[in-house]
Design a protein around this ligand. Structure first.
Ligand SMILES: CC(C)(COP(=O)(O)OP(=O)(O)OC[C@H]1O[C@@H](n2cnc3c(N)ncnc32)[C@H](O)[C@@H]1OP(=O)(O)O)[C@@H](O)C(=O)NCCC(=O)NCCS
Length: 279
């Protein structure tokens, strides 16, 4: 990579760039480390090719050698966008059915890579209370939910309606809602997790929790439940309860790990879990 490009491409982007004279073995290590199934091959910082997991697999299956040059397996007509076209990156990814697109300047230097999905960095997450002004962020979070999440978490759209009312409320409503958020490089906040308590005027409030689709399985759920403990315990609550559909095995394993106990089937046919706080 030339010096100018090294200055322009940020640290995150550099994790996806590999020099043309490297071997496939080195590329494979980079693919494993970045976890994104694709790297972009550069010559002096300029984009020359793309190399995906699939390209490497096909090359190896055809008898290729891991110590061969990247060029033997790479794809030399990579899809890219100029920085002036960046705004249409999401549509471009969808139209081309690809998961990442490099953004280049007029000299073809790679400046950035835009992904279909977020890079999951749980360390960068902040958890804060949801309040006035958060409606757009909250609605976007509900809109990205896949069908099974809606079925498990938001049947009848009840939770969406409640949080919208909460954001727009004038006084107290006996609820507290928290968002786990990350900030993009332009400072925009995005919601990656959500946890709420209803009936905070009772001894044992009701809890609901959901994690953004592409952030599931990275222990953000655990962190959100820890956040609730940290909020509720010092306030003297007796515990937290929730109900969950019987098929939600993933959530149940999380609850068990976080100290919730199964208390049987609730009248709405869901499983009842309670976590009691020692007094
Ligand atoms: C349930 C949910 C909040 C968990 O969030 P998460 O960030 O993925 O959870 P975590 O990564 O902290 O923990 C998930 C645990 O379940 C385990 N798990 C994942 N898939 C699993 C599966 N198919 N079967 C059993 N356990 C599973 C994980 O290994 C992890 O356990 P670990 O701590 O030993 O690694 C999230 O999956 C979600 O939003 N689901 C849809 C909405 C929902 O169901 N909400 C709850 C309604 S009651």
């Amino acid at each position: 990579m030339n010096k100018q490009a090294a200055v322009q491409a940020n640290d995150r982007t550099r994790a996806f760039l590999i020099a043309e004279n490297e071997t496939l073995r080195t590329a494979l290590r980079l693919l494993c480390a970045n976890g994104r199934h694709v790297v972009f091959v550069v010559n002096g910082g300029r984009l020359v090719a793309s190399l995906s997991d699939g390209d490497v697999r096909r090359f190896l299956l055809a008898g290729g050698d891991l110590d061969a040059d990247i060029g033997k397996a790479a794809h030399f007509k990579p899809k890219f966008l100029f920085s002036t076209e960046r705004e249409r990156a999401d549509a471009f990814l969808a139209e081309n059915r690809i998961s990442a697109v490099p953004i280049v300047d007029e000299g073809m230097n790679v400046l950035d890579v835009v992904f279909m999905y977020d890079i999951v960095d749980v360390g960068a997450v902040a958890i804060r209370e949801i309040g006035h002004g958060d409606l757009g962020m909250v609605i976007e979070f509900f809109d990205q939910m896949a069908g099974d999440t809606r079925a498990m978490f938001n049947r009848g759209d009840v939770n969406r309606i409640r949080v919208i009312e909460h954001v727009n409320r004038k006084g107290e409503d006996g609820q507290v809602h928290f968002a786990a958020t990350v900030k993009s490089e332009d400072g925009a906040e995005k919601m990656v997790g959500y946890v709420f308590l209803w009936d905070v005027d009772k001894t044992i409030p009701w809890l609901g929790i959901a994690v953004r689709e592409d952030w599931k399985g990275h222990h953000l759920g655990r962190r959100l439940l820890q956040h609730i403990d940290d909020w509720a315990k010092p306030r003297g609550y007796g515990g937290i309860m929730l109900t969950s559909v019987p098929a939600n095995i993933r959530a149940h394993s999380l609850y068990a790990r976080m100290g919730f106990e199964y208390f049987g089937v609730y009248p709405d046919s869901e499983f009842l879990f309670i976590k009691r706080y020692a007094r």
